[in-house]
Design a protein around this ligand. Sequence first.
Ligand code: HSE
Length: 314
Amino acid sequence: MTRKTAVAAATVANLGPGFDVLGLCLEGPRDTVTAELTTDGLVTLVDVTGPIEVVQKLSGDALQNCAGVSAKAVLDAFAPGAGVRLWLDKGLPLGSGLGSSSASSVAAAVATAACIDPRMPKDFLFSAVREGERLATGTPHPDNVAPCLFGGIVACLHGDDEHVDLVTLPVPRGLMVVAVKPDFEVKTADARAVLPKEVPMKDAVRNLGAMAGLVKALATSDFQLLGRCLEDRLATPYRKRLIPGYDDAVEAALAAHAIGAGISGSGPAMFALCGDRDDALAVADAMVEAFERRQIKARAIVSAIDLDGAQVVS
Ligand code: HSE
């Protein structure tokens, strides 16, 4: 039986003004999925490994786990009638805002596809990985799975139905990302529930201008302009109340020379962009200390932007 293993990394979605649109891929942490094709037509989650507090919250029922749903969508599209056995090793925390469900969905789709055809283009898997996201959050939002699958900084252009086109944005040399995860969970579905159905026109206008500036800033490595273009008015004002210490952490990041900071995905993780590794290390310490001053433990990841996305490793 063909057996393949793939890895897929954490992501920062809702980057700056790009609510549901812009995401970037980190170098880690990663989820790892091994897939083995079968002829029984079943999707089976053989084992889930990782930290006990993570594993015990995940369903062993493959079709209640985004890895299983995503693998099934790949089979349905490219190997109807086949089955797959999956082994999932969780490297990402749950409910973190770092794209945990996406990493499982993407690693499972890439591993399963590699069993079917090692040359299958990643483009073919985009619909399948969004099904994993639909199971996990109720919405097949694309801004975690896209950078997770393809790497880099990706913009998602939403069509009238669920169709999404992807645009890859330039990644400035030296740009570093800090992701800080306070020690509590926010479920994406809950973070979506606090969003208003409509937003004030002046807030939409602010985000539009910021998005234009952000694209130019990335293309020209203009970190000063980038810093002026990372504020979000569509989701952050409503969601930051779910993150005690949010304002303090942003203030600490900026005082330590971050380019800008905000909520990573649906939180509670926060991100900061930095111009080099030394700044990123200082910003990480400052943001962790800001949470700890409120008796909230927090952990930081310092990462470059991964340009390759999910990979088959064996
Ligand atoms: N764009 C999604 C949301 C990302 O904010 O709900 C979730 O990580």
